[in-house]
Design a protein. Sequence first.
Length: 678
Amino acid sequence: MYTHGFVRVAVCIPEVKVADPDYNAKQIISLAQSACDKKAALCLFPELSISAYSCGDLFHQDALLDSCLMAIEKVTEASKQIAAFMLVGAPLKIEGALYNCAIAIHRGQILGVVPKSFLPNYREFYEKRQFCSGRDCLLNEISLFGEKVPFGADVIFNATDVEHLRIHTEICEDLWTPIPPSTYAALAGATILTNLSASNITVDKARYRRDLCARQSGACVAAYLYAAAGPGESTTDLAWDGHGMIFENDELLVESGRFTPGPDLILADIDLERLAQDRMRLTSFHDSVTAYRDLVKQVRRIDFTLDPPTASLPLKRQVNRFPFVPSNTEDLDIRCYETYNIQIHGLAKRLKSSGFEKLVIGVSGGLDSTHALIVAAKTMDRLNLPRTNILAYTMPAYATSKKTKDNAHILMESLGVTSREIDIQPSCDQMLKDIQHPYAEGKDVYDVNFENVQAGERTSHLFRLAGQNRALVLGTGDLSEIALGWMTYGVGDHMSHYNVNCSVPKTLIQHLIRWIANQDDFAQATRDVLTDIVNTEISPELVPGEADAEEPAQKTEDKVGPYELQDFNLYWITRFGVRPSKVAFLALHAWHDAKQGAWPSTLPKENRKQYTLAEIKQWLEVFCYRFFKISQFKRSALPDGPKVGSGGSLSPRGDWRAPSDGEARVWLEEVKNIPDKL
């Protein structure tokens, strides 16, 4: 896990006793040891966890402060046997002033002390009665247990042996301010932002905390760990829920139970490489670094050696099998709704700007043309134009199966479009004869050229029909096919006047059709044929099988790999620039067990698969070869179409600009070097 850029972090909520530092130190040590046993590299504790937060004016008692020092020393001594970096809250008296501090401890050493910058003094809070703001302290180091220790909110703890592991900490109210201290720390390179909080609970406050943490982690392109005080705090006037959260770039990885009667511990694995990749490509992040350079330069880095675990560890985070398809039903509904409307909006604008009111589309009875036809129908509805303005053609040839042809006719009829069948076999025969292809001489030669002649004839017919009817040719090829180069270049399915599917991956299209099949405004006949189309084997239907075959003879996934795996590869390689060995590690974690983890709600149980590492490596090699080596020239000449998801598109005018003659060697060599066991 650690070799692939992950780091395991823990948020620890101890059960405290108010004004009993010795007891609290034991609880902290116990939780830290438990987290360390689970291979965590960082343990975060709540605000003032050594003393408890709710001590009030007891903070002005020397006996309590002396006891806190002894407890800090006890935790520091115990940390010699604890591998994790620890952040513990405690009050510290420094040159006559009292500060609310986070103590950074690792392997028997106090690495630094971070004081709270912003003290709440409103409603139930009166911290200025006891504490001073760290912003007012003139010291940048203090003496603690006879050692000089860095002091201030301007420090980052940098693990020299774990790339990108840079930790910053702030305390409770610091996050509630318009510009939290962690903002400048992130600009200075901190990737893991932490918050030691007390934060008493009131109705709906937990939601607000989540929003704050999500916002800060997203704005800073960082992980954000939050630990709020829990059981044992005084309930004289307040209550405490022990709220722990771990976010990564706006995504909630794990959240603690709340109001638990005893101590709590949550863990998650942070993808540091993913954060670094996102920052690298976000030019506005680096513009912000430059804009605030004077403040960023003031941030100090405190180096330490983490010495992370080397054991083989399974990831402690969910990796979505279908990164383009939410597993949550509500999120999937939103994704499908937005995808359809983006496509409809894009096509409607193109029709209005062109002055045309008709569309020409080839309908094969397969997934992509089905989805594009539905989008076309919805677009006509949106523009108050008749669906008969959609001129839909099914064009059977040598390998068209009865099932797909019948489904194409049923679909066209049920949607109320203008439909017609054109047999392109005679024109294909003439083309094959003209180019002296062996098939024209009676030989069963079904090579790539044989297939491309059919694809080219279909597209040629569509463009001529569009010209004759003053219409636009609607493209149907999806993002997965574009990534793999699974399309006939030029005068083939590569080309159209506008392609609504160009940034929609195959896996999402399958779920979009399942989703739309359940919508109320479709007749039952339409629902039935949509379900049948989704359940049909994906095939280009270009190579003949047995005569009058019900099912296609070709199986696309036998050639290019399972689309669910290839879409997984596509997402991680293009969205995050992840190296193939890490993609394989993630894929194995996601796909090794079909019985575990969340699946999209529309995916039938019989379609839920699992893959071995050998299979993952096999199809990852196919992806890298096809994506990096042989198909970029097709993407460099793509027609227009709308970007749909944040996962990206492969438009040469948008997300992906690459040379058509690049090499794939570095990716393919890494795939070959992936060990047989991870």
